[in-house]
Design a protein around this ligand. Structure first.
Ligand code: G3H
Length: 544
């Protein structure tokens, strides 16, 4: 690639006419409704303009983030209305939704999926324009989410079918099923606005909970095409939306004591603050995906080409804006020079450009505050003795930031411990593997780690302490969440609870049971309830 500088980055931004027709948004979306109590309620108050990470070149040559629409900025009054609608729909567990059979709830969800799939093109386009994710990755996010929803339905059928029978122990007959928890406040992140939001929203709904949903700060408009589908596929009040600054309405909703589950993908600092707002914190279940700073430990006998490929993907997919991204590379000193040479050579081949471009890897960040943070972190490392070792690393124009490989990063630099969540790759050398282990042990984060090497004895000895520090140790591959049937969890400041297709159903429910003495009278009573279909809970039906 030719030299990257401010001017060459600036030229990558198109003028409005240069945006390919198929990638254009048909028109800006000015959302003026929110879904509450089964109605799309109009909004006439203040609105927030949505600026795309993508800048467009103006006739005078300046580039500016493109305004792609706007959405309501609500307050406590509206969050109270959304929360009260969810509370009413749950109706202390007596509402239509929590008392529906599992098969009926699945029916509603299947209807919703059909309506959602019909909106694929628009939602994919909005993901791309709202968060700057490449078209290919935006499509993957949508399709992976639908696959996740279908898999969740299958997992729920299995779960319910396996519980659809009586069990007898010590003279007691029991029928045990999973039941909802109540009202769930659901908040997803901007980097996977659809997928990670739905990874909690969908299981929460399927288990019979009602929901207040607050979209992420970047990635709000993409839910607009789904509001009618939510309204039409589910009973009123089962899903309610709120568009408001989180700091204003979220503590307020929690302080009401009416939220039973907090499902948040965000920062541990925010999660700690929010949990404390609930007047009876033991009543609040928290399902949290939080901070992470996954490290790669690169041993002297690592397959260099494979390691470079995986680390590049791990550190820079979606510009490093993944909670699972590799955010620190710990490389054995004996190979660090060679590693850096090959890593920076391969990095230089990555295509920088606009999200709709074929083969693009590096795309614009959500706002200029992010490029400012990246620059600050690099300046801090430079002031403390590190340098940028790849050509043009750290060069930026507006929202487009060229990845920087920073070496040698050490304790005391921002990049050593802070989660950069962007296109900076900190590299630190180590002499003794104990130093690398100590880095992970001393970290506040505990999501995943990657080990690159080939000696079974050394890798085996590293795995044992590491599995007690993080929740997934990846061998010779990058860190990642998928496959979605695997448990996704974290220790320390990285998570609370475990998510996967099956685990999420458990996370949003609790077992409840009906029990009776094993007497003839009880048997006759239970049999009659089942045969006459007097209860939805006491049934032995099988969902096919
Ligand atoms: O941002 C965190 C995501 O859950 C990561 O998912 O590893 O599939 O990119 P991923």
């Amino acid at each position: 690639m030719s030299t990257i500088d401010f001017e060459s980055l600036q030229k990558l931004f198109p003028s409005t006419d240069e945006v390919p027709v198929e990638a254009r948004l048909s028109s800006p979306i000015h959302q003026r409704v929110s879904l509450v109590d089964g109605e799309l309620r109009p909004w006439v108050g203040t609105c927030k303009t949505v600026l795309s990470p993508v800048c467009v070149r103006q006739p005078d040559g300046e580039v500016q983030q493109l305004a792609i629409g706007s959405y309501p900025v609500m307050g406590e009054l509206e969050s109270d209305a959304a929360l009260d609608a969810a509370v009413r729909a749950y109706d202390a567990g007596r509402g239509e939704w929590p008392t529906m059979t599992v098969a009926q709830r699945i029916g509603c969800m299947q209807d919703f999926i059909k309506r959602m799939v019909a909106q694929r093109a628009q939602i994919v386009n909005l993901i791309m324009w709202e968060i700057g994710k490449s078209l290919t990755d935006s499509q993957k996010e949508f399709d992976r989410t639908v696959t996740y929803m279908l898999a969740t339905i299958d997992a729920l059928k299995d779960l319910d079918n396996s519980n659809s029978r009586f069990v007898i122990a010590e003279g007691t007959i029991g029928l045990i099923r999973r039941t909802p928890l109540g009202v769930v406040l659901c908040m997803g992140p901007y980097n996977y606005p659809l997928n990670e939001t739905f990874a909690t929203l969908i299981p929460a709904l399927l288990m019979g909970n009602t929901v207040v949903f607050k979209p992420p700060q970047y990635g709000t408009l993409l839910f607009y095409p789904l509001l009618e589908a939510f309204r039409d596929a589910f009973p009123k009040g089962v899903i309610n939306t709120i568009y408001a600054p989180g700091a204003v309405v979220v503590p307020h909703m929690l302080a009401s004591g009416k939220i039973n589950v907090l499902a948040l993908i965000g920062s541990s600092k925010v999660a700690d603050h929010l949990k404390k707002q609930h007047p009876k914190s033991h009543r609040l279940r928290a399902i949290l995906g939080l901070d992470a700073k996954n490290a790669a430990i690169i041993l002297p006998d690592a397959d260099l080409e494979l390691t470079v490929k995986e680390c590049l993907l791990g550190a820079l997919s979606f510009n490093g804006q993944r909670c699972t991204a590799l955010k620190m590379l710990l490389v054995h000193r004996s190979i660090v020079e060679l590693f850096l040479k090959r890593f920076t050579e391969e990095l230089a081949k990555l295509k920088v450009g606009m999200p709709w471009e074929h083969g693009v890897s590096i795309t614009p960040l959500p706002g200029m505050h992010r490029t400012a943070y990246m620059t600050e972190a690099i300046d801090d490392a430079k002031a403390k003795g590190a340098g940028v070792v790849n050509n043009s690393g750290g060069v930026f124009c507006k929202t487009l930031f060229y990845p920087a490989v920073v070496y040698p990063v050490s304790e005391g630099m921002m990049l050593y411990r802070e989660e950069q969540f962007g296109p900076i790759i900190p590299v630190a050398p180590f002499d003794d593997v104990e130093t690398a282990l100590e880095y992970v042990t001393a970290s506040d984060h505990g999501q995943q780690v990657s080990i690159f090497g080939s000696d079974p004895t050394q890798i085996g000895a590293l795995v044992d302490p590491l599995v007690n520090q993080v929740c997934r140790v990846n061998l010779n591959c990058q860190c990642q969440r998928g496959p979605d049937v695997f448990p996704f969890a974290g220790r320390k400041d990285s998570a609370e609870g475990t998510l996967s297709v099956t685990d999420a159903l458990r996370a949003f429910s609790i077992r409840s049971m009906v029990a009776a003495k094993q007497t003839d009278n009880s048997k006759a009573l239970l049999e009659a309830i089942v045969i006459d279909r007097d209860s939805k809970f006491v049934n032995t039906g099988f969902i096919l």
